[in-house]
Write a protein that binds this ligand. Structure first.
Ligand SMILES: [Zn+2]
Length: 149
C-alpha cells in the first residue's frame, strides 16, 4: 500500500474531488511522455516519446504530434479506451462527477493526470504502445512501402 501516492483534484464546477493514482500532477516534458484522454475524459493513455513504435510510425519526426495528419493517423491506429470511446488529442481530462474539463489535452498543457484504470505504457516495459493498436505491428499501415505485396 502507498497511501500517499494519490492526488485529489477539486472540480471548480461541482466542488467534488476526483482521485488519481499519482502523488502530484505529472509534467510530461520532464519525463519525455505523451498522453491522450478518452472521449469521456476519465482515462489516460501515456506513452514514452522514445517508444520504438513511434520511430516506426514517424521516422525521424521527434515532433510528430505537431502535425494534424500525424495526430489523426495515430488516433486511428489506437484501440478504443477500456471504458469505451476513442483516444483523441482534443479530449481534455474531465471531472468524474460532472464531466467538466479539469485539465487540458497534450497540445495545450504539459501537465497530465492518470485516472484509475489508465494505460501507462511507460511505467514498466511489459506495457508497450504497440500492444494497444487496432492492427498488429507488422501491418502494412505501419510500413506504407510494403502495401501491394
Ligand atoms: Zn465536477
Amino acid at each position: 500500500m502507498t497511501p500517499n501516492e494519490t492526488l485529489s483534484l477539486k472540480c471548480k464546477h461541482c466542488g467534488k474531488e476526483t482521485v488519481f493514482n499519482q502523488p502530484y500532477v505529472y509534467h510530461a516534458g520532464f519525463s519525455d511522455q505523451g498522453f491522450l484522454y478518452n472521449d469521456a475524459g476519465t482515462l489516460s493513455l501515456v506513452w514514452n516519446l522514445f517508444d520504438p513504435l513511434l520511430e516506426e510510425l514517424f521516422p525521424g519526426e521527434r515532433l510528430w504530434t505537431q502535425g494534424r495528419a500525424n495526430r489523426q493517423r495515430f488516433e486511428k491506429l489506437l484501440q478504443p479506451a477500456p471504458a469505451g470511446g476513442r483516444w483523441r488529442f482534443r479530449n481534455p481530462a474531465r471531472c468524474m462527477h460532472c464531466a467538466s474539463p479539469i485539465s487540458g489535452p497534450m497540445l495545450k498543457t504539459v501537465h497530465y493526470l492518470v485516472y484509475p484504470g489508465s494505460i501507462v505504457t511507460d511505467a514498466d516495459q511489459q506495457l508497450r504502445l504497440k500492444d494497444y493498436l487496432i492492427l498488429p505491428p507488422d501491418s502494412s499501415v505501419l510500413s506504407p512501402s510494403k502495401q501491394g505485396c
